[in-house]
Design a protein around this ligand. Structure first.
Ligand SMILES: *[C@@H]1O[C@H](CO)[C@@H](O)[C@H](O)[C@H]1NC(C)=O
Ligand SMILES: *[C@@H]1O[C@H](CO)[C@@H](O)[C@H](O)[C@H]1NC(C)=O
Ligand SMILES: *[C@@H]1O[C@H](CO)[C@@H](O)[C@H](O)[C@H]1NC(C)=O
Ligand SMILES: [Zn+2]
Length: 348
């Protein structure tokens, strides 16, 4: 029924943590955990990926756009190009961090792992991406079990466990701190600055059959992997442009906790809120889709930053290393067609 971490005591702990951070004036994103905009009614934090400030976001997106032009110039790609739908396979390494060898201590079963991978691969069929589990490591270590984003212990854990390169997905399962946090992820562009940090961290009890109802059908991993592939929340930026930088996800004022069927939270957006989108915050049984625009964005993001490309556009599945496009941003500004050749010459 509820998370082990959601006893009334944990509620209090979460509230205290949030207000402490709030009054100390830093860590606004953590403080926002107390704001019901980002938590559900029981103080569950669906995801720890921050709502990035718009100026910073625009800068990063400008860089992405520049690289994207290069990618398109090289391969004649557009949102309907066939490479977008080519099958891709991505290697995955799963790291189970546990406090002890019991189920409540984080030692998830092999069956749960298998069920989780099945959910993940079903959810990514729209993108034609298949995640292949290459290795599972199991570490019983209480001081690592309560994984806290940006902590020294988290960095140490990733440093000793991470496997593969920029094109490989590393997933860490543990009990997240603050209590109630379900998961968080790095973005593709982060890998250049901090390759060891790259990966996804997910609450162990969010796996299928875990205790984190209604978040125990494995959609937390699907959602976090969406960030790992470069997608933002559907409610990123609220009702204002450019939102989540995907054209076919209607703007949304706030997360769709539960499953608010038929909601339309932005007056001027076309269509209803995308509450069934994996990048929203609904209950697991409410989340069921990515849009074609998200598929294109994710494919571009991982081609550019992770070197993951299908054979049809010059890559070889998951063997990339994020090295192909190291060009400087800033040459391209507004007119995409006219700038193509110039950019191509400069960067390829
Ligand atoms: C892509 O395909 C859709 C649906 O088939 C079509 O409406 C759209 O115009 C196409 N876009 C481009 C750029 O060809
Ligand atoms: C295992 O760890 C969990 C989480 O820390 C704890 O609640 C439980 O009491 C522990 N069980 C044993 C047998 O040590
Ligand atoms: C899995 O990872 C462990 C720890 O790094 C390593 O010892 C083992 O050889 C790996 N197994 C496979 C099949 O790669
Ligand atoms: Zn998220």
């Amino acid at each position: 029924m509820i998370l082990p971490s959601l006893s009334s005591r944990s509620f209090l702990a979460t509230a205290l943590l949030a207000s402490t951070l709030d009054s100390s004036g830093n860590l606004a994103s953590a403080a926002a955990a107390a704001d019901d905009r980002l938590t559900d009614t029981r103080n569950i934090v669906r995801c720890g990926v921050e709502n990035i400030p718009v100026p910073e976001l625009l800068k990063m997106e400008e860089e992405f756009k520049n690289h994207r032009i290069v990618l398109e110039a090289g391969h004649g790609a557009d949102s309907n190009a066939s490479w977008v739908n080519d099958p891709l396979s991505i290697n995955m390494y799963l790291h189970v961090i546990a406090a002890n060898e019991t189920a409540e201590g984080g030692s998830v079963s092999d069956t749960q792992i298998k069920d989780q991978i099945d959910v993940l691969n079903t959810d990514y069929q729209t993108m034609n991406i298949d995640f292949q589990l290459k290795n599972v490591t199991r570490t019983v270590r209480p001081e690592w079990f309560n994984v806290k984003p940006s902590s020294k212990e988290q960095a140490e854990m990733k440093r000793s466990l991470r496997q593969g390169g920029p094109a490989d997905l590393n997933v860490y399962l543990g009990c997240l701190d603050p209590p109630g946090l379900l998961g968080y992820s790095t973005f593709p562009r982060d890998i250049r600055e901090n390759p060891i940090d790259d990966g996804v961290v997910v609450l162990f009890s969010s796996l299928p059959g875990g205790a984190a109802e209604p978040y125990n059908e494995g959609k937390t991993l699907t959602h976090e992997v969406g960030h790992w592939l470069g997608l933002y929340h559907t409610f990123q930026g609220g009702c204002n442009e450019p939102g989540d930088f995907v054209e076919d996800t209607p703007a949304e004022a706030k997360p769709g906790f539960g499953c608010p069927e038929g909601r339309k939270s932005c007056k001027h957006s076309t269509g209803l809120d995308p509450i069934h989108n994996f990048m929203d915050y609904g209950d697991d049984n409410c989340l069921s889709s990515f849009t074609q625009g998200q598929v294109v964005r994710a494919r571009d993001q991982i081609a550019i930053y992770r070197g993951i490309k299908s054979s049809k556009h010059g890559g070889s599945g998951s063997s990339g290393g994020g090295k192909q496009h190291t060009g400087r941003p800033g040459k391209y500004h507004h007119d995409r067609r006219n700038s193509r050749h110039e950019v191509q010459k400069g960067l390829i």
